[in-house]
Structures are given as C-alpha cells and as structure tokens.
Design a protein around this ligand. Sequence first.
Ligand SMILES: C[S@@+](CC[C@H](N)C(=O)[O-])C[C@H]1O[C@@H](n2cnc3c(N)ncnc32)[C@H](O)[C@@H]1O
Length: 257
Amino acid sequence: MKEAFGKTYSEAYDAFYREKDYGAECDLIQLIFNKYGQGKITRVLDLGSGTGNHACHLAARGYRVTGVDASEHMLNYAREKCAATDQKNPPEFHQGDIRSVKLGEKYGAVLMMFAVLGYQVTDADVLAALKTARNHTDAGGLLVFDTWYGPAVLNEKPGRRVLKIPTGDGYCLRTGEGTLNVEQHICTVNYHLQYFTEDKMISESRETHLMRYFFGDEVKLFLREAGFSFLRMGAFPDFDKEPSEDTWNVITVAKAE
Ligand SMILES: C[S@@+](CC[C@H](N)C(=O)[O-])C[C@H]1O[C@@H](n2cnc3c(N)ncnc32)[C@H](O)[C@@H]1O
C-alpha cells in the first residue's frame, strides 16, 4: 500500500473534490479573520496546502500566502495552478513536514484546512503540528482548521463510497472503505483507484489514509498545551450552527496567546 498523496492520488485530487467550493470556504475564512482577528490579517500560512486551492483563492484576494506540504506531487500541482492565475503576489510553497517545519517567519493567521490535523494521528503528532502552527503565529493571531467530529463519526460511521469521475478519455472509479479504531479515534480509509477507457481497466492503484477524528474537549486541551486559546468550534461549513451527532465536519478557531 502506498503512502497518502502519492502521484496517482495527487493527479486526481482536484477532480475528486471538484464539487468542494473552495471560494465559499475562503469567504468563511475571511469572515472568521474579520470577526476574530485583531487588526488586519495580511499574511497567511497554509499548513498542508495540498494542491493550493485555498492558497490561490486567498492570494487572489490580496493575502500574502505561504503553503507547506509534505507531498511533492501535491506541491507541483499547487505551483502550476497558482502560476497559471498570473497573480501579483502568488503564494510561495515549501516542501516540509508540518510537525517539524521551521520557516523563521510569523503570520497573522495559520490554516490547516480539509482535515489536515486529522492526518496527524497520534497525540504527539497532533501536538507537534499545533506547536508548529503556534511558532509561526503572531501573538493574538489566529489558527483555523477543520476536522472530522467524533460524535458524528461514531453515530454515522464511515462506510464504502464509490466516486465516478470523468477523465479525458474515460473515467476513474475511486472506492473508499473506512473502518474505525474507536480506542484511538482513528478511521483507516483504504482507497482503490481504477482507471477505465470505455469499459477496459487500464491502470489501478491503492492508498491508505489514516484519519483521526476529534472531540471538543481534547481539541481544547491540545490547543491550550500548544499555546492557543480556544475561541469557537462550529459546524463546517455552516459555522454558526452548533456541532451535533450529525455534523461530520467542524471548524475550530483559536487565538495565539
Ligand atoms: C486532504 S489534503 C488537504 C489539502 C488542502 N488543504 C485542501 O484543502 O485541499 C491533506 C494534505 O495535508 C498534507 N499533509 C498531511 N500531513 C502532513 C504533514 N505531517 N506534513 C506536511 N503535509 C502534510 C498532505 O500531503 C495533503 O496534501
């Protein structure tokens, strides 16, 4: 089994998530910046920036954005995409591990969007990623991240999901199958990608993604330990809604102490 965000998965990433509305997510991020940010936030660090969708949108809105990701494949797509948009201040992207990277810079806000924190599955790794975020945030600056929400994951349970995505000359089937480790708050998702032209399979690959889900109290504890104060956990993307057993994704806002 290959490590997550390898070549094939990265290549198909934007197609898999073509219905995810990154523009609307950036509207919410800006709303959060305006509501909870002290003064004007101008510099943003996107940890786990992936193919650069938030970074490109935010740069186009005038923010100075730096992205960090471990996957060179995801970074290549991000760089290509942002270069194609011909922005005045395109985002900068660096390869690095968000549990240890040191950029020597501080930002008004740090983002970890689309369950990036959930990819850090042990307590030590979660804390290391949050400490990285704190070391790169101005005092009073913001941390914003979305995660899977434990009560909903336990209530609704992950299952088998098949996505069919058109490709240039055929289609790709992505089958995802999740199993829970309730003791450790981890869901193992096995992805099987199969590429077809007409009805003939021409290639296939597999990846395993380990995803941690979170409960409100542990998030508050982790944040305090990393030097943040908790401000709000709301449903994602319906931020004003309180999370419930039916809220798979939540977004958390914290302030650097
Ligand atoms: C689901 S994708 C989200 C990408 C992007 N934030 C988005 O919203 O589309 C998770 C990303 O986090 C990155 N990632 C996960 N753990 C990481 C780590 N420890 N260090 C750096 N990148 C990491 C992966 O390589 C992947 O690009």
